[in-house]
Write a protein that binds this ligand. Structure first.
Ligand SMILES: *[C@@H]1O[C@H](CO)[C@@H](O)[C@H](O)[C@H]1NC(C)=O
Ligand SMILES: *[C@@H]1O[C@H](CO)[C@@H](O)[C@H](O)[C@H]1NC(C)=O
Ligand SMILES: *[C@@H]1O[C@H](CO)[C@@H](O)[C@H](O)[C@H]1NC(C)=O
Ligand SMILES: *[C@@H]1O[C@H](CO)[C@@H](O)[C@H](O)[C@H]1NC(C)=O
Ligand SMILES: *[C@@H]1O[C@H](CO)[C@@H](O)[C@H](O)[C@H]1NC(C)=O
Ligand SMILES: *[C@@H]1O[C@H](CO)[C@@H](O)[C@H](O)[C@H]1NC(C)=O
Ligand SMILES: *[C@@H]1O[C@H](CO)[C@@H](O)[C@H](O)[C@H]1NC(C)=O
Ligand SMILES: *[C@@H]1O[C@H](CO)[C@@H](O)[C@H](O)[C@H]1NC(C)=O
Ligand SMILES: *[C@@H]1O[C@H](CO)[C@@H](O)[C@H](O)[C@H]1NC(C)=O
Ligand SMILES: *[C@@H]1O[C@H](CO)[C@@H](O)[C@H](O)[C@H]1NC(C)=O
Ligand SMILES: *[C@@H]1O[C@H](CO)[C@@H](O)[C@H](O)[C@H]1NC(C)=O
Ligand SMILES: *[C@@H]1O[C@H](CO)[C@@H](O)[C@H](O)[C@H]1NC(C)=O
Length: 739
C-alpha cells in the first residue's frame, strides 16, 4: 500500500526543494553536506519511517537500498537501515529509543510529521553541546509522532561542514495523559551498510587511562559502557569505526563521541543482513527517566565525524571542532601558564609556611602559577589532615593558616616570578561533589548523599557522593566555592572527583545528577570567567566532551610516569585536543611506577599538552635536573602557542613502536616541531626513519636537527634518521621552520 504524501503531513510548500547552508530537503529526502562528508536519510513514503541512506564520503544521489530476501522471521523494518529505531514491529536489533508506557507496554511507532531547517544551532536546555553561528553550522529538526501512544520526538541534526561533523540529539515530549518513562536513549543512532569494520575504543582504569584497543565488528553486539555514574577511566564515551585497511594517515574512519559526563553505553551491532547499527547514548541501567504529561525529556548530544584521512584525520577534526565549537572558555584559544602543583611534593603535609616556601621555590624557577592541592580545608575534629575527613567543609583550616587564608594567598600572589614582570598566580584544589562522613556537612545533612533506602552507603576513599540532583546541594556547592573565590585572589581551580557512584535511590538519579552538575559548573564558570578551570577525576576519569564545554582543560592521569603517559596522552588525543590536556613533570623514581626517566624525556612528554607544569618539590631535584629547567621553560614558551592552536599528528604509537613520535604544525603552517622518543636501548634494528606529516610538500624547512634546508616532500617521504643516545628513554625535540 502506498500512502499519499498528504497522509504524511507534507505540505506542497515543503515539497519544493530548498537549501539552508549545508542542508537540503527535497521533499522528505534530507542531505547534510560537509566539506568531505555526506549524510543522507529520508522518510519512507509508505510507513513514515526515517530511513538511513548514507554516512560517508560525498554523494549526490539517493540510491536503492540493497535487495534483501524478505522471507523468514526478519521482515519489514528488520531489514531496513533506520535513523531512530524504536521497539516492536519486526526490528529485532537494539533500539535507539525505548519507552515504557503507563499500561506497561513498550512499543512505539514514531512516524514523520514535519521538518524544519534552521541556520546555526539551537542550544540544548541544561546540557553541554557544540555551538556555532549561522556560517559554521546548520540544523534540521525532524518531528516524529507516535499516534498510538501520543508521544512526540524531535530529532535534531546539525552539520559543521568544515569539520565533517554531525551532532545529533533528540527531545521526547509526552503528549498523552499518563506518565511514560525513558528506558533507553541513544543520542546518536544510524545503520551503516554491510561493510567490514573494526572498532577502536579507549579502555583502562585509574592511572592506566585511554589505552587504544581495536576489535572487529562481528555478528551481534560489540559494546561497552560505563555504569560508574561518570564517563569513567574504564571506557571513554568515544569510539571509532574504521575499515580494516584504515591507518593513522589514510582510509575511512567514523568517530563517535558523547557530549555527556554520566553513565553511557556504546554499541555497534552487526545483524543477520550485515547492516551495522551504531548506538551511543545513556546507559539503560541508569535511565528509567519519568516524563509526565506535557513534559519533555531532552537527550544529551553525540557527535559523529567522518574522515578519509585515517584515524589521524578524524582526530584533527575532533580537535578543531572542540576547540572552536565546544569548549566555550576564553582560555581554550590562549596559552596556559606553567604551573607547579603541590600534591606530589607535599601531599597532606601542608601549612602556610610549607606552602609559601614551595611557592617561593616555584617563583624562583620562573614558574608563574602555584597550585595548592588537597588538604587546606576542614576544621578540627574534621580537619583535612588525611583522606578520612573534611571533604564537604570548604572553609580553610585555621590551624594551617593561622594568619588567615586570604593573607596566605596574598603572600603567594605577591611573589615576583623570576625572569618575568609577572607576580605569582594562585590556584586551588576542590572536590565539591564528594563528602567525607567525617565532616560537619554530613553530620548536618546525611540526606544529601546518594543512597538507596536502608542499604549501606558504601564508601570509596572514605567518601560518599553528594546528590547533585538536589537544588539545595547545587546551591551549597555554588556558595561554598564562591565564598572562597570572593575572598582571595584565585586564578585557577582544579575540580577533582575521586569516586564512582554506588547506591542510587532510582536509576534516573544519574541523569538528574548530570543536569545538576552542569547547572553548578555553568553558574560558576559564568560568574568567574577569569578563573582557569581544570577538570580532574582521579586523573582522566571524566575527560569527556561534556565537561570540555565548560572547562578548557582536564588533568589527564594521576600517573605521571613519562613512558606510561605517552600511551595515555596519545590515546586521549584520539578524540580530545592536546591543548585540553594537563601534564606535569614529577620526580624520579616515579612515585607510582618507580621508573627513572631523564628530566628531558619527562619534559618532552609533558610539553605536548596545553597545560604544562611540575608536580614536585624543586628542592628534590638534582642539580643537573634543576639546571635543565630554564631550557625546558624556554622550549615551553615556543611550543605552547603551537600546542594550543596547531595541528597534532601521531607519527608513531608507543604500542606499535619502540620509537614513538608526535608532531605539531602551527596554525600558520610556518613552524612545526617533532617530539621523538626511544623507549628502550636497541642494538638492532635501527630506528625507522622519522617521516613527518602536515608539511607543505614543496616548501623548504630549516631545523635545529640539520644544516641547510630540506623539502617538505623529503621530510614526509624519506624522513629524518635520528641518532639516539645509548640507553632507555631517550628523546629529542626537532624544530622545523618553513623558509
Ligand atoms: C527521494 O529519493 C528517492 C529515492 O530514495 C527518489 O525516488 C525520490 O524521487 C526522491 N524525492 C525527491 C523529492 O527528490
Ligand atoms: C577534504 O578532502 C580534501 C581532498 O582530499 C583534503 O585536502 C582535505 O584535507 C579534506 N578535509 C578534511 C577536513 O578532511
Ligand atoms: C497521526 O495523527 C495525526 C493527528 O492526530 C494525523 O494528522 C495523521 O494523519 C496521523 N498519521 C498517521 C500516519 O496515521
Ligand atoms: C506535543 O506537545 C508539545 C508540547 O506541549 C507541543 O508543542 C506539540 O505540538 C505536541 N505535538 C502534538 C503532535 O500534539
Ligand atoms: C609547617 O609544616 C612544616 C613541614 O611539614 C613543618 O616543618 C612545620 O613545623 C610546620 N609549621 C607549623 C607552625 O606547624
Ligand atoms: C633567568 O634569565 C637568565 C638570563 O637569561 C638565565 O641565565 C637564567 O637561567 C634564568 N632563570 C630562570 C629561573 O629561568
Ligand atoms: C586523620 O585526620 C583525622 C581528622 O582530622 C585525625 O583525627 C586523625 O588523627 C588523622 N590521622 C592521622 C594518622 O594523621
Ligand atoms: C572517621 O574518623 C575516624 C577517626 O579519625 C576514623 O577512624 C574513621 O575511619 C573515619 N571514618 C571514615 C569513613 O573515614
Ligand atoms: C605573609 O608574609 C609575611 C612576611 O613574610 C609573614 O610575616 C606573614 O606571616 C605571612 N602571612 C601568612 C598568612 O602566611
Ligand atoms: C571572553 O571573551 C569574550 C569575547 O571575546 C569577551 O567579551 C569577554 O570579556 C572575555 N572574558 C574574559 C573574562 O576575558
Ligand atoms: C636515576 O638515574 C640517575 C641518572 O642516571 C641516577 O643518578 C640515579 O641514581 C637514578 N636513580 C635511581 C633511583 O635509580
Ligand atoms: C652543521 O655543520 C657543522 C659544520 O660542518 C657541524 O659541525 C654540525 O654538526 C652540523 N650540525 C648538524 C645539526 O648537523
Amino acid at each position: 500500500m502506498v500512502v499519499s504524501r498528504a497522509l504524511l503531513g507534507l505540505s506542497v510548500a515543503s515539497l519544493a526543494a530548498f537549501a539552508k547552508g549545508a542542508i537540503t530537503a527535497n521533499g522528505a529526502n534530507f542531505t547534510l553536506t560537509g566539506d568531505n562528508v555526506s549524510y543522507l536519510f529520508h522518510v519512507d513514503e509508505e510507513t513514515g519511517e526515517l530511513i538511513s541512506d548514507h554516512f560517508g564520503g560525498p554523494v549526490e544521489d539517493f540510491v536503492n537500498p540493497p535487495y534483501i530476501n524478505p522471507s523468514g522471521w526478519v521482515d519489514n523494518l528488520g531489514n531496513v537501515r533506520r535513523e531512530f529505531p524504536d521497539v516492536g514491529r519486526s526490528d529485532f536489533r537494539l533500539p535507539a529509543i525505548h519507552i515504557a508506557h503507563a499500561d506497561g507496554n513498550t512499543v512505539t511507532e514514531f512516524n514523520y510529521q514535519s521538518h524544519e531547517v534552521v541556520d546555526g544551532k539551537p542550544s540544548l536546555p541544561g546540557l553541554p553541546a557544540t555551538y556555532g553561528d549561522d556560517a559554521d553550522v546548520s540544523t534540521i529538526i525532524v518531528q516524529l509522532y507516535d499516534n498510538y501512544s501520543d508521544v512526540s520526538a524531535a530529532l535534531s541534526y546539525s552539520v559543521f561542514p568544515k569539520y565533517n561533523a554531525i551532532a545529533r540529539s533528540f527531545a521526547i515530549t509526552n503528549n498523552g495523559t499518563e506518565d511514560i518513562s525513558i528506558e533507553r536513549a541513544s543520542s546518536f543512532s544510524t545503520d551503516l551498510p554491510n561493510i567490514e569494520l573494526d572498532m577502536i575504543e579507549l579502555q583502562g582504569d585509574w592511572s592506566h587511562e585511554m589505552n587504544r584497543v581495536k576489535r572487529p565488528i562481528q555478528y551481534g553486539e560489540t559494546s561497552f559502557r560505563s555504569t560508574v555514574g561518570y564517563a569513567s577511566h574504564i571506557h571513554n564515551p568515544f569510539f571509532a569505526l574504521v575499515t580494516p585497511s584504515t591507518t593513522e594517515t589514510q582510509g575511512e574512519a567514523w568517530g563517535f563521541n558523547f557530549v555527556y559526563s554520566g553513565s553511557f553505553e556504546a554499541t555497534a551491532e552487526r545483524f543477520s543482513n550485515g547492516f551495522v547499527r551504531v548506538l551511543l547514548g545513556l546507559n539503560p541501567l541508569h535511565a528509567t527517566i519519568p516524563v509526565k504529561p506535557g513534559e519533555t525529556f531532552q537527550s544529551p548530544e553525540a557527535v559523529a565525524i567522518y574522515s578519509t584521512e585515517g584515524v589521524g584525520g578524524m582526530s584533527r577534526s575532533f580537535h578543531d571542532l572542540y576547540r572552536n565549537h565546544l569548549s566555550r572558555s576564553n582560555y581554550t584559544s590562549q596559552t596556559r601558564p606553567v604551573l607547579l602543583n603541590s600534591w606530589e611534593g607535599l601531599y597532606f603535609d601542608i601549612n602556610d609556611t610549607a606552602l609559601e616556601n614551595l611557592a617561593q621555590q616555584t617563583a624562583d624557577l620562573g614558574i608563574s602559577l602555584f597550585v595548592n592541592d588537597d588538604g587546606w580545608f576542614g576544621t578540627d575534629p574534621n580537619a583535612r589532615l588525611n583522606d578520612t575527613a573534611g571533604l564537604g567543609d570548604w572553609t580553610p583550616n585555621p590551624a594551617h593558616f593561622p594568619g588567615g587564608f586570604p593573607e596566605y594567598v596574598a603572600n603567594v600572589t605577591n611573589l615576583n616570578v623570576a625572569n618575568s614582570t609577572e607576580k605569582m598566580k594562585f590556584g586551588l584544589w576542590f572536590e565539591p561533589e564528594m563528602v567525607n562522613p567525617n565532616s560537619s556537612l554530613y553530620e548536618e545533612h546525611p540526606d544529601w548523599v546518594l543512597h538507596a533506602g536502608r542499604h549501606t552507603r558504601t564508601v570509596t576513599r572514605n567518601e560518599l557522593v553528594l546528590n547533585l540532583g538536589l537544588p539545595e546541594v547545587q546551591d551549597y556547592i555554588i556558595n561554598s566555592v564562591s565564598e572562597i573565590l570572593d575572598n582571595a585572589d584565585i586564578s585557577y581551580i582544579k575540580w577533582d572527583n575521586n569516586r564512582g557512584v554506588h547506591e542510587q535511590s532510582k536509576p534516573s538519579e544519574n541523569y538528574d545528577y548530570m543536569l545538576g552538575i552542569y547547572h553548578v559548573i555553568d553558574t560558576l564558570t559564568t560568574k568567574y570567567p577569569e578563573v582557569l578551570w581544570e577538570g580532574c577525576a582521579s586523573g582522566g576519569g571524566r575527560f569527556d566532551a561534556g565537561l570540555l564545554h565548560y572547562w578548557p582543560q582536564h588533568w589527564t592521569s594521576d600517573n605521571t610516569d613519562a613512558s606510561d603517559r605517552l600511551t595515555i596522552q596519545l590515546g586521549t588525543s584520539l578524540a580530545y585536543p592536546p591543548s585540553a590536556m594537563g601534564c606535569h613533570v614529577s620526580v624520579v623514581p616515579n612515585h607510582l611506577t618507580n621508573r627513572n626517566i631523564s628530566i628531558e624525556y619527562r619534559a618532552h612528554v609533558a610539553l605536548m599538552c596545553g597545560s604544562f607544569g611540575f608536580e614536585l618539590k624543586p628542592s628534590d631535584l638534582t642539580p643537573e635536573e634543576s639546571a635543565a629547567i630554564p631550557g625546558i621553560l624556554a622550549d615551553w614558551e615556543k611550543m605552547n602557542p603551537i600546542v594550543i592552536s596547531g595541528d597534532f599528528y601521531r607519527l608513531r604509537l608507543p604500542d606499535d613502536s619502540n620509537w614513538p613520535a608526535v608532531q605539531f604544525v602551527s596554525a600558520e603552517e610556518d613552524t612545526s616541531f617533532v617530539l621523538a622518543f626511544q623507549q628502550s636501548a636497541s642494538i638492532k634494528p635501527a630506528p625507522p626513519p622519522l617521516r613527518m606529516q602536515g608539511l607543505q610538500a614543496n616548501a623548504r624547512y630549516s631545523s635545529n636537527a640539520f644544516n641547510g634546508t630540506i623539502s617538505g616532500n623529503t621530510l614526509m617521504n624519506a624522513g629524518l634518521n635520528i641518532r639516539y643516545e645509548v640507553g632507555d628513554y631517550q628523546s629529542t625535540l626537532i624544530w622545523l621552520y618553513k623558509e
